[in-house]
Design a protein around this ligand. Structure first.
Ligand code: GAR
Length: 208
């Protein structure tokens, strides 16, 4: 069983997709052992509670400085002894020590087709605002391993979604979630749990 911890900051619809995936068999060999949020009022924590998944809130506000916050985050994570850490709308820059310790065991869902509309400042609705501003016709989502950069790690899965006439950032965000994020995140976890994802020379090799 792949011991999986999901890190969240907000609504947690991607967390829900992972919970549903484990329950309905889309994701196999996987146990969600914990949820970590940096925000006390994240609705994702309610979702964890509903399914009796252990959760912890590690908020920077409860720590004297960034270093202490990072130590707190590491301790909380280590306590779950995870095989895989899933960043599902987790809007915290990870400490380097954590990236090194869990190299190729941390994945992130990003709401664009990387390398477009990613990197510093591109998160959540801002991504879709920028896409509409640019006038692109095709958008999508990416699941990738986390390395020291922002949205630069090896890409595992991507799925494209069409922009439609009259889209607002909100309608586009919803379609990208429904058609791409909630599908490729569970799919990537299942592939990892079943040994079908390898990293070689900084690139992902899929056993499909
Ligand atoms: C999702 O769209 C996710 O892709 C995005 O935040 C949203 C969280 O929603 N993540 C990023 O932008 C990371 N750069 P959720 O809490 O409902 O899953």
């Amino acid at each position: 069983m792949l011991r999986t911890v999901v890190c969240v900051s907000g609504g947690g619809t991607n967390l829900q997709a992972v919970i549903d995936g484990v329950r309905n068999g889309v994701i196999t060999n996987t146990e969600i052992v914990g949820v970590i949020s940096n925000k006390k009022d994240a609705y994702a924590l309610e979702r964890a509670k509903k399914y009796q998944i252990a959760s912890r809130c590690i908020s920077p506000r409860d720590y004297a400085d960034r270093e202490a916050f990072h130590r707190g985050m590491m301790e909380a994570l280590d306590a779950f002894a995870p095989d895989l850490i899933v960043l599902a709308g987790f809007l915290v820059v990870l400490p380097e020590a954590m990236i090194q310790k869990y190299r190729n065991r941390i994945i992130n869902i990003h709401p664009s087709l990387i390398p477009s509309f990613c990197g510093k400042g591109f998160y959540g609705l801002k991504v879709h605002e920028a896409e509409l501003e640019k006038g692109v016709r095709v958008v999508g989502a990416t699941v990738h391993f986390v390395d020291e950069g922002t949205d630069t790690g090896p890409i595992i899965l991507q799925k494209a979604v069409n922009v439609e006439q009259g889209d607002t950032p909100e309608t586009l965000q919803r379609r990208v979630m429904e058609e791409a994020e909630w599908k490729i995140l569970p799919q990537a976890i299942d592939m990892i749990a079943n040994g079908r994802v390898k990293v070689e020379d900084g690139k992902v090799i899929l056993d499909e």
